[in-house]
Design a protein around this ligand. Structure first.
Ligand code: ASP
Length: 419
């Protein structure tokens, strides 16, 4: 049975078990069951938290060190980075705006996170200057402290430096580059193991949710799923094609026709990494992108460019805050955007990777990590659509970069085969 089916079945059983528990209020059975599902869900969430920092670190080091191009090819990577930042920013703005517009999650008071909320500390209101000072003080620190404290931003900055150093050192640091790649693959392998536990974790989390919560939250979840799916589709069908048409001078119909195999594969696998060979093939053979451009942009984009994931994480953070009856200030929303952008950089292109990095987005504004319990049941569903948009973004950027670097003669390194 595929993991997807297992997760679906576990979700259904979790809901049913939660309802059954509701029938036995104040009994030893309820107490014992709540204890049991509490332990299972803590193990699952704990494992995800355990992998978060090493995963983000290795993912970014590998992504940046793939910018081998360096010196003479700086224009290529500058355009690539500019495209990634622009499309991700648009996705974030769209995600937050739609979550606001449709008021996702408003009007339900959720008790599940009361403990977490009791210790909830709203970060001080940030002025731009204090934001900047805080930013420097919190990010440029001893990396070991950052790892130990789970300071994601500091880890990201350190990873960026290491990545750049690996690019600059070139052949000299070949071993370290290889080592980081292998470390990254090990992290992916471990995420795979944790995902095997996902059905159990989801069962426990859902049963706990239903047994201890107001059911109206579930209808809010369906609303949220519809809003996020609609917004993601809008980004993929309107925003990205418009950018492609303006900056890549390509008819969106030609693009969709040429890339449909990769897009369908992305939908079915929920993994941009698994889809990458097809994205490369489609970009080169059907869209006419030069192999050296596609071989550089697409692997890099697979690692670092995820519009769908960023959009989802920003909207989801607002949804959780609304569910908990918290109004995020403008500066908190800015922090959500920045963290969601970093989270999408740090998420590898595998199923449900966004769920792991979601924790960091929640924590950035003091929301409890446990809140991902609410998002888990619909995560796999939403992952399909957001992965399509992630993959679409990578292929679209390869078209734009190719168009604007046609005059460069020097061949780009082919990074499509990381080994
Ligand atoms: N599944 C997504 C991808 O592979 C990542 C995510 O979970 O958002 O692109």
């Amino acid at each position: 049975m595929s993991l997807n089916t297992q997760i679906l079945i576990a979700a259904i059983f979790g809901v049913i078990f939660g309802f059954i528990l509701n029938l036995f209020p104040e009994t030893a059975f309820l107490e014992m069951s709540l204890y049991g599902i509490g332990v299972v869900s803590s193990i699952f969430i704990g494992l995800l938290k355990m992998l978060l920092i090493p995963l983000i670190f290795s993912s970014i080091v590998v992504g940046v060190s793939n910018l081998q191009a360096g010196g003479q090819l700086s224009r290529v990577w500058k355009i690539t980075v500019a495209c990634c930042v622009t499309t991700t920013t648009l996705a974030l703005i769209l995600g937050l705006s739609c979550a606001h517009l449709f008021e996702v999650g408003k009007g339900v008071d959720i008790a599940m996170f009361q403990d977490a909320m009791a210790s909830h500390q709203t970060p001080d209101t940030l002025t731009p200057s204090s934001f900047f000072t805080n930013f420097i003080q919190n990010t440029l620190i001893n990396p070991f402290k950052a790892f130990a404290e789970g300071n994601v931003l500091a880890v990201v900055v350190f990873a960026l430096f290491i990545g750049v150093a690996l690019v600059k050192g070139g052949e000299k640091f070949r071993t370290v580059r290889k080592l980081s790649q292998q470390f990254f693959y090990i992290m992916m392998l471990m995420i795979g193991w944790v995902m095997k536990l996902a059905p159990l974790g989801i069962f426990a989390l859902l049963a706990k949710l239903i047994a201890t919560e107001d059911i109206s939250v579930l209808s809010r979840l369906a609303e949220f799923a519809a809003v996020v799916t609609g917004t993601t589709i809008f980004h993929g069908l309107v925003v990205l094609p418009l950018l492609l048409w303006i900056f890549g001078k390509m008819n969106p119909m030609t693009f969709f026709k040429g890339t449909r195999v990769a897009l369908i594969t992305a939908f079915a696998t929920s993994s941009s990494s698994a889809t990458m060979p097809l994205s490369l093939k489609c970009a080169q053979e059907n869209l006419g992108v030069r192999p050296q451009t596609a071989g550089f942009v697409i692997p890099l984009g697979t690692q670092l460019n995820m519009d769908g994931t960023a959009l989802y994480e920003a909207a989801a953070a607002l949804f959780i805050a609304n569910l908990m009856g918290l109004d995020l200030t403008l500066s908190q929303q800015l922090v959500v955007c920045l963290t969601a952008m970093i989270a999408s950089l740090g998420a590898p292109g595998i199923p449900s990777a966004g769920m792991v990095t979601m924790i960091m987005v929640l924590q950035s504004v003091g929301l409890p990590a446990e809140a991902i319990a609410i998002l888990l049941p619909i995560d796999r569903l939403l992952d399909t659509v957001r992965t399509v948009v992630n993959v679409q973004g990578d292929m679209m950027i390869s078209v734009v970069v190719d168009r604007h670097t046609k005059d460069l003669d020097a061949p780009l390194p082919n990074l499509s085969n990381p080994s």
